[in-house]
Design a protein around this ligand. Structure first.
Ligand SMILES: NC(=O)c1ccc[n+]([C@@H]2O[C@H](COP(=O)([O-])OP(=O)(O)OC[C@H]3O[C@@H](n4cnc5c(N)ncnc54)[C@H](OP(=O)(O)O)[C@@H]3O)[C@@H](O)[C@H]2O)c1
Length: 278
């Protein structure tokens, strides 16, 4: 225990609990999903990687398998399509892969005035961030319960804890993820199944660009590697949720003592487009 930090040997690596097991990671072509895949592979887990950009997935799967000697499969799916969860399941069934860790990570945001954001984009966001999380969980959970073991990571956000003007719908989707994960964790704990909501704050990924969100929210962003490690370790430890980063934890803690309306007003000042500021 040099300088108060845990020394990391292979036997003390909590991510090694998935060594030799199969994990399904959604949104593995970039950001936090890619980092989850890399850390799981480095600890010896086998992977099914899914996202739309299949070239990236194949390159990642081949590279990880070559480097770490585990097995990795890539499957292209557009999660806005209602048939995507069943197609992913058919793929894993067809390969006789028993999923022991489901990482519900894929998601995106949409910044701006809700009345100006394309309605189809907002509904796609609800589909990917909420409905798909529910459907993939509903697909893979019964086998985990039957087996009396299994793990589910759901990537929520610090945006889940309060209203966030200008990403109002996104924050609401992440509140769904957090509340669903925390409730489910208690439902299935007695069946040996662990569920954890990972709540990152701003993280350096492609998220900002996809959400068309201004730079200022991302000035103190964490790395995807760090966030992925925090999530996997919390899941391995049996936590039902975890906030990545001390600053983010303090922010969420502090907000508990203020009325929600006040927090929303303050958030509007931070998040609002420059043009709305006097
Ligand atoms: N970055 C942040 O500041 C931050 C903060 C809190 C929470 N989060 C959450 O973290 C998770 C991962 O986001 P990230 O930051 O890593 O963003 P990212 O770099 O943009 O990665 C998002 C991933 O989701 C996939 N995805 C998006 N739409 C999809 C669709 N329709 N079908 C299939 N896959 C889709 C993308 O793959 P393709 O484009 O190849 O399909 C990509 O692999 C999300 O749930 C996000 O809400 C992020």
């Amino acid at each position: 225990m040099a300088n108060g930090r845990k020394s990391r040997t292979s036997s003390s690596n909590p991510i090694a609990r998935w060594k030799g097991k199969w994990a399904l990671v959604t949104g593995a072509s970039a950001g936090i999903g890619r980092a989850l895949a890399e850390q799981l592979a480095a600890s010896g887990a086998n992977l099914v990687l899914t996202a739309r950009r299949v070239d990236r997935l194949r390159e990642l799967a081949d590279g990880l398998a070559a480097r770490h000697g585990m097995q990795a499969e890539a499957f292209a799916a557009d999660l806005t399509r209602p048939e995507a969860p069943a197609a992913i399941h058919a793929f894993t069934e067809g390969k006789r892969i028993d999923i022991e860790l489901l990482a519900n990570n894929a998601g995106f945001g949409a910044f701006g005035y809700t009345h100006e954001i394309d309605e189809a984009r907002l509904l796609d966001m609800v589909q990917v961030n909420c409905a798909v999380v529910l459907r993939l969980t509903r697909i893979y959970l019964p086998r985990m319960v039957e087996r009396r073991s299994g793990d589910i990571l759901i990537v929520a956000s610090t945006a889940a804890f309060q209203p966030v003007p200008f990403i109002s719908a996104y924050a609401a989707t992440k509140a769904f993820d957090l509340i669903f994960a925390e409730g489910l964790a208690e439902e299935v704990r007695g069946y040996g199944v662990r569920v954890c909501a990972l709540c990152p704050g701003s993280t350096n990924t492609e998220f900002q660009q996809v959400a068309q969100q201004p730079d200022r929210a991302f000035r103190s962003a964490e790395t995807a590697d760090k966030v992925a490690r925090v999530g996997l370790e919390a899941l391995a430890e049996g936590k039902s949720s975890v906030i990545s980063g001390g600053r983010n934890r303090w922010m969420v803690f502090g907000e508990r003592f203020a009325p929600r309306g006040f927090v929303a007003k303050m958030a509007a000042k931070v998040m609002g487009p420059e043009s709305t500021k006097s």
